[in-house]
Design a protein around this ligand. Structure first.
Ligand code: MG
Length: 257
């Protein structure tokens, strides 16, 4: 069910009206091997045990993603870590999915836009991305995310794109405008966790990442809600599936069967 669109406090890039296929992907834990906000919370904030309790309360509907996530980041800020320290920690520790560079290169050369749709903060994503793929690719990849407000005293807080939504950033709003096009592209969405719940049922083909750390919250959600999806371990196993659809060798129904 979709209600009225929540008001966005941040701009969107123009939608890709003339494309046949568009990839939208979560950043944390999907394009990266580990969620950067979880990493900050586990190591600089209130810790993993409390963070997983929060994830579970979001998954069971007891708490909104927005409020749980804000609490995670506040615990990092309250422990005295500046935003610059967070950026440096993530540039040091966060790694790219081993198949993403090749996946991105293939999409680029086949006229398939790749857009990052994240509940994280855009400046952290750009900082990590430029470290991992270089400035050129980092600057050309579109990012639809939340932002940050850094205050003169060094305190910082997340600025949600959709403050009135329980998702903070309602990722379905990056997908739904495509539905109104006369000739909409086929939309692939890639995700892994509770931040992707808002997008899960709106993609034409949903890819859910399976991770070795056992934090497979989006897979649990999709199984419970009966949302069809394709599991993938890294982008090198997702690429042939995307290629088969883009090249017309398989239909979406065949891929999802
Ligand atoms: Mg994620």
């Amino acid at each position: 069910m979709t209600g009225p669109a929540p008001e966005s406090t941040l701009p969107y890039p123009p939608i890709h009206k003339d494309k046949k296929f568009v990839v939208l992907s979560d950043w944390d834990g999907t394009i990266t091997t580990f969620d950067s906000n979880d990493h900050l919370t586990d190591n600089l904030g209130y810790g993993k045990v409390k963070r997983r309790e929060g994830n579970m309360s979001v998954l069971s509907g007891k708490e909104t993603f927005r409020d749980s996530f804000r609490g995670m980041l506040e615990s990092v800020n309250e422990n005295g870590h500046t935003f610059e320290q967070c950026k440096e920690t993530l540039r040091r520790d966060i790694k790219l999915d081993s198949g993403f560079k090749e996946f991105y290169a293939w999409c680029k050369s086949n006229d398939v836009p790749v857009i990052i749709v994240s509940s994280g903060m855009a400046p952290l994503i750009r900082a990590v991305l430029s470290n991992l793929v270089g400035d050129e690719a980092a600057n050309e990849i579109e990012i639809i995310a939340n932002d940050v407000a850094v205050h003169p005293d060094g305190k910082w807080e997340i600025k949600f794109r959709h403050p009135s939504s329980g998702f903070g950033h309602d990722k379905s709003q990056a997908i739904l405008p495509y539905r109104d096009l006369a000739d909409p592209p086929t939309l692939f969405f890639f995700g892994d966790g509770v931040s992707d719940i808002s997008a899960a049922k709106h993609a034409d083909l949903l890819f859910v990442k399976q991770k070795d750390d056992g934090e497979n919250d989006l897979a649990a959600y999709c199984t419970r809600e009966g949302i069809k999806h394709v599991l993938f371990k890294d982008f090198s196993n997702a690429l042939p599936v995307v290629q088969s659809v883009v090249q017309g060798k398989k239909t979406l129904a065949e891929v999802l069967a």
